[in-house]
Design a protein. Structure first.
Length: 145
């Protein structure tokens, strides 16, 4: 297995907005995302820059109960860059105050991440572009039991 494939598989096991609360280390996303990365959630909605992307992720799910799965990568290598498509499924249960504002308590989403990685001058691979493409979302309007 090539170094980029091993790296990308390892990268995707670490949630983009997470931090290690037992060690106090900073969020994983800061070291694996390119500082000029672009994150697109829906057509026409772009976030530019690693710090803004991390702020968006944290703000979206910081107090939610969430499970996010990515698997079955399709990887195309292009020298010092790679394009990757990941199958994705997520489950998010919102806290009561946010659920009331949004009008739903939870969702289960299905789709793909489209990502572009680049090898940086320090030799590390970093995510430069990420787009979430949802195929279907089940929205649950009743409180969880």
């Amino acid at each position: 297995m090539s170094n980029v494939v091993r790296y990308i598989q390892t990268f995707r096991r670490t949630p983009a907005g997470s931090d290690n609360r037992t060690t106090g280390r900073p969020a994983a996303g800061h070291s694996v995302h390119h500082r000029d990365m672009q994150r697109c959630r829906t057509p026409g909605y772009k976030v530019q820059g690693r710090d803004e992307a991390m702020r968006l992720v944290r703000g979206s799910v910081e107090h939610a109960k969430t499970s996010h799965h990515v698997h079955s990568p399709e990887i195309e290598l292009h020298g010092d860059s790679a394009d990757v498509i990941w199958a994705m499924q997520d489950r998010v249960v919102w806290p009561e105050d946010r659920a009331k504002k949004m009008g739903n308590w939870e969702h289960t989403g299905y789709g793909q991440y489209l990502e572009h990685y680049v090898r940086c001058p320090d030799g590390r691979w970093r995510s430069e572009r990420q787009q979430l493409r949802r195929f279907h979302v089940d929205v649950h309007v009743d409180p969880p039991r």
